[in-house]
Design a protein around this ligand. Structure first.
Ligand code: SF4
Ligand code: SF4
Ligand code: FES
Length: 229
């Protein structure tokens, strides 16, 4: 079996290692698919659903998360159709409603075209993206934190709620958490469900794809090429 495949993303023919996900390949080629829970070199949970794309097969398209979709030969992927933009906008809006004071989530939402949030604020301090749990388990092999509980009680915690001795105190869980970037325009309160739009202003100068990056401040966490340079 050939180690490389050739596929089409947004009309561009790209070559990629068979082991990679559509999201990783798109990012590599400068096609920005908004994403939150994905971390390079780590497993994917498909928790945030922001990275959805259309996978076209036999004339029919299926909406699926690109972080969990492995590349295949002759695949046809569309990342930026009207259908995807609308679904993604709604997902981003729900995320803002969950955690309205996360700068990272606000930036992503603006990038997805959200201007107003139609859902009630829940003011959660965690969106269950699992970035902290995976960095702890997969990068540090510490397993000092994990998901606890089910349904609406699901949250991240130490075993029995107490920091264990085997926590390496590396701080990676905090650094990679989308809740830790300070909001750019102060906290949003119920009744003020409007995004500040500062990131949107940057869209005007970077409207061409694939150069539509809005410097969403997630780059360091996401290993975005812009922040690596
Ligand atoms: S500080 Fe502790 S809990 Fe956080 S990633 Fe490091 S080892 Fe895991
Ligand atoms: S604590 Fe932060 S990184 Fe961990 S799951 Fe919640 S939002 Fe994600
Ligand atoms: S990045 Fe794919 S579901 Fe979150």
């Amino acid at each position: 079996m050939q180690p490389y495949v050739t596929l089409t993303i947004d009309g561009a023919t790209v070559r990629a290692s068979r082991a990679k996900s559509v999201l990783d390949v798109a990012i590599e080629y400068g096609i920005c698919i908004p994403h939150l829970c994905h971390l390079p070199q780590m497993s994917d949970l498909a928790a945030c659903r922001l990275c959805i794309v259309e996978h076209v097969r036999n004339g029919r398209s299926e909406v699926t998360t690109s972080c969990t979709l492995r590349v295949q030969d002759d695949m046809v992927i569309r990342t930026n159709t009207e259908k995807i933009r609308k679904l993604r906008r709604n997902i981003a809006e729900l995320l803002v409603a969950e955690a309205p004071n996360s700068r990272a989530i606000q930036d992503i939402a603006v990038r997805c075209g959200v201007k107003q949030v139609r859902y009630p604020f829940r003011n959660k301090n965690c969106v269950l993206c699992g970035r902290c749990v995976r960095v702890c388990t997969e990068m540090w092999s510490a397993r000092a934190i994990g998901f606890v509980g089910r349904g609406k009680d699901r949250h991240v915690d130490f075993p029995f709620g107490v920091r264990p001795d085997f926590c390496k105190q590396c701080g990676s869980c905090v650094q990679l958490c989308p809740m830790t970037i300070t909001p750019c325009d102060g906290p949003m309160n119920p009744g003020e469900e409007r995004l500040c739009g500062k990131c949107e202003a940057q869209l005007l100068v970077t409207e061409r794809m694939p150069d539509s990056c809005v410097w969403c401040q997630l780059g360091s966490g996401f290993s975005c090429a812009r922040y690596a340079s």
